[in-house]
Design a protein around this ligand. Structure first.
Ligand SMILES: [Zn+2]
Length: 365
């Protein structure tokens, strides 16, 4: 929250100013089609920042609290931290209150050092580091203490780290909630009396165990009024299935971040069918994710009204991508985000390509 100070102006000067402004309004009546750079938001906003096949999803609550889920790639002159900071500024904010790292892959925590140089970061949330010594936890992909990115993360987050487990929630102000549905390969407990999910009778079988950090991703469900958003990081097939079978632990979702950049070892069909999203947004790159099988699975979701991609997959044909007008970046170098604006009561939401692109409205479930 920014503090604004008020200075008192003598009444005579207010009167003169009033006359002056009235005159100006008469001379320059408001232009009907004027578009503000960014209108102030009273609802929830979600920015899918283009980090070219990495992940960086910014959530801004009605209370102007900022939650960044993953921080993109390192290097390239801090390209990804710059893009993330731009989205934060476009939202009218100046800091990251909560930085969640879903798992220990370079495209998800590589931007931390660049961000820490540019703006204050409140709390760092992750699934633990090897040195935490959490019983039963494993860290197949590090970060090892001598990994330069691991060193940078440890330095930036020193004294500000907290660990998330399935069932935890982020401590947000106001009405928005963010609950952890899975972390470190474990899913949230089923609510008492929950019945079986009928969709599981036709669920595809398990794949060989994924021994990478992807399977250990933190999964967050955001909720405001009647709106729900699901971000599963890079979660893979078997744990995705555990989220909805034998019991549905997720519930209905409006907005779905297509998991794992749209790779087909993620986005389990039974999860997609069960959560029944209206809109899917894929954070793929021109050469990362966006598999044809995933695009097809999205088309088969009966409830889905729109599937967006940050990029066209350069390796597949037009028929294996979403429609051209649903792709945020025509330029493979990218940099244009997809912005979602949720009404204060969560009853509807708008999806916009970039800060100035076309916008479409959807009704929440
Ligand atoms: Zn990834």
């Amino acid at each position: 929250m920014s503090q604004s100070r008020h200075r008192t102006m003598p009444p005579i000067r207010i009167a003169i100013l009033g006359v002056f402004l009235t005159g100006l309004t008469a001379l320059f009546p408001p232009i009907a089609n004027h578009v503000a750079a960014e209108e102030p938001s009273t609802g929830l906003r979600i920015y899918f920042v283009d980090v070219l096949g990495g992940a960086a999803t910014l959530v801004v609550t009605p209370e102007r609290e900022t939650i960044l889920i993953d921080s993109g790639w390192p290097g390239q002159d801090d390209r990804d931290p710059e893009r993330i900071v731009q989205a934060i500024r476009d939202a009218g904010c100046e800091r990251i209150d909560h930085l969640v790292t879903t798992h220990w892959h370079i495209d998800h925590f590589g931007g931390v050092a660049g961000l820490a140089k540019r703006l204050p970061i409140g709390t760092f949330w992750d699934r633990g580091l090897p040195e935490d010594g959490l019983p039963g936890e494993s860290y197949p992909d590090g970060p090892k203490p001598d990994d330069p990115l691991g060193i940078a993360y440890r330095k930036a987050s020193q004294g500000k780290r907290k660990i998330l487990k399935a069932g935890d929630s982020l401590p947000l102000r106001g009405e928005t909630s963010a609950i952890v549905l899975a972390a470190s390969g474990k899913v949230i407990a089923a609510p008492a009396g929950a019945g079986p999910n009928p969709a599981c009778s036709t669920a595809p079988g398990a794949l060989p165990k994924d021994g990478s950090d992807n399977a250990l991703s933190i999964v967050l469900r955001f909720h405001l009024g009647s709106f729900d958003f699901l971000d599963c990081g890079d979660l893979t097939w078997n744990i995705e299935r555990d989220l909805v079978c034998p019991v549905d632990l997720v519930g209905k979702i409006d907005l779905y971040q297509v998991t794992h950049h749209g790779m087909d070892i993620s986005n389990h069909p039974t999860l997609l069918k069960t959560i029944a999203p209206s809109v899917a947004i894929m954070n793929n790159g021109p050469r990362k994710g966006g598999s044809a099988a995933t695009v097809q699975r999205l088309r088969e979701i009966p409830s889905l009204q729109a599937a967006y991609q940050l990029h066209r997959n350069a390796a597949t044909g037009e028929a294996d991508n979403t429609a051209a007008e649903m792709i945020a970046n025509a330029d493979p170098a990218g940099g244009r985000y997809i912005r979602v604006s949720v009404a204060p009561d969560g009853s509807s939401y708008k999806v916009k390509l970039g800060a100035d692109g076309p916008e479409r409205t959807f009704t929440s479930h």
